[in-house]
Design a binder for this molecule. Structure first.
Ligand SMILES: NC(=O)c1ccc[n+]([C@@H]2O[C@H](COP(=O)([O-])OP(=O)(O)OC[C@H]3O[C@@H](n4cnc5c(N)ncnc54)[C@H](O)[C@@H]3O)[C@@H](O)[C@H]2O)c1
Length: 356
């Protein structure tokens, strides 16, 4: 055994015995459910967030995320397995740190990794040998190696030798009662062999199924693939709805019949949003990175397509079908703006200009 195998072996046995302390940075839609899943698996979890309102809510046992029942939050805090803090100096206490901070777009629709970078700078202040750092936020392939690693290694510790680095994309589906964090298969990857084993061991202890892939870039690409797939298909079905509406054909009846095909078809439904707030954002992450490979043309259509579903706003069928009650046209127009990453090119603003 060489000298660097010691921390790796220690962390693996600590995971197995649930002795390792887990830090989760960013207690939003992804981070809070993850914190509950990890603490219910028997680990001690410290949640970190910069939002003081979330600290107050957690201390009072008040859940602000639908997927986290108040009773669960109260049990996990009451029994001392989960606590939350804004004191980032406590990151040094944690053996494993999962990062669940936002990855939005800049005003120029380019990836904004400032939250991830700032978080890594905080971790770097107390980074110590044997720690495992895992990014969960959605991002472009290469972020773990190209953005996180240099920041974390600045103090002299080396990834894969002194500390360990991994990526495991979140697959939350807020509002879907059929799944919870622990029952959704989790793609995992590490930067090197030792890190891969640790990431798989950690998530294997908290979720039912882990899906190891060969490296962090692949895992990052898996997440973007899932979301680009969703964006393009929802955009497609919104286009089909327009065409069929003109033809006097009910898109919902078409989809209900089409989905009886047992192969080669998957139903997507028309609507104002794009299946979650990050779906219209994430294709831009891939477009941006693909420019480095001179592939701009191949991928430039994804984000453009993902703004088109806003046209669904102008159809009256959507609110009635999805909510069971009719909605005022003006309300639907409002929601269109929030579903689009920008008003400048959204079909809504084009329509608004035309009618003004
Ligand atoms: N919401 C989803 O359904 C979903 C699903 C899969 C992946 N994701 C991805 O997961 C990531 C997080 O998304 P989310 O929906 O949980 O976001 P969110 O906005 O709900 O939560 C992010 C949290 O991070 C906190 N935060 C911001 N900067 C911080 C910092 N420097 N240090 C500590 N905390 C900080 C915020 O206060 C907030 O509580 C994003 O990359 C997103 O694309 C989201």
């Amino acid at each position: 055994m060489n000298e660097h195998e010691v921390p790796a072996a220690e962390l693996l046995s600590a995971i197995e015995a649930r002795r390792s302390k887990i830090g989760i940075i960013g207690l939003g839609y992804v981070g809070l459910p993850l914190a509950m899943t990890v603490s219910r698996a028997g680990f001690t979890v410290i949640g970190f967030d910069i939002d003081p309102d979330k600290m107050v809510a957690i201390a009072a046992g008040r859940s602000y995320i639908e997927a986290v029942p108040e009773a669960v939050l109260k049990t996990e805090t009451g029994e001392g397995r989960f606590s939350a803090t804004s004191d980032f100096s406590r990151l040094g206490e944690c053996d494993i740190i999962a990062i669940c901070v936002p990855t939005p777009l800049t005003r120029h629709r380019e990836p904004d990794l400032s939250y991830v970078a700032n978080t890594c700078r905080e971790i770097a202040k107390t980074l110590r040998p044997g720690q495992l750092i895992v990014l969960e936020s959605t991002t472009w392939p290469g972020t773990t190696e190209e953005v996180m690693k240099p920041i974390l290694e600045k103090g002299g510790l080396v990834a894969g030798r002194d500390f360990f680095l991994g990526y495991s994309p979140e697959r939350e589906d807020p509002g879907n009662r059929d799944f919870e964090t622990s029952t959704i298969p989790k793609v995992v990857a590490g930067d090197g062999e030792a890190a891969s084993a640790m990431v798989a061991a950690f998530y294997g202890a908290v979720v039912k199924t882990v899906v190891p892939v060969s490296g962090t870039r692949t895992a990052e690409a898996v997440k973007l693939t899932e979301n680009v797939f969703r964006a393009v298909n929802i955009a497609l079905v919104n286009e089909l709805k327009l065409v069929y509406e003109r033809m006097g054909i009910d898109i919902w009846e078409v989809i209900d019949a089409a989905k009886t095909k047992p192969f080669g078809y998957m139903p997507f439904y028309p609507g104002p949003g794009l299946g979650g707030h990050c779906i219209p954002i994430d294709p831009f992450y891939l477009t941006w990175k693909s420019r480095e490979y001179d592939l701009r043309r191949a991928s430039s259509n994804w984000p453009a397509r993902s703004t088109r579903p806003c046209r669904a706003m102008w159809w009256t069928g959507w609110p009635k079908r999805s909510t069971g009650r009719s909605a005022r046209r003006s309300a639907v127009r409002g929601s269109c703006f929030s579903a689009s990453p920008t008003r400048r090119t959204s079909p809504t603003s084009v329509k608004a200009r035309r009618s003004s």
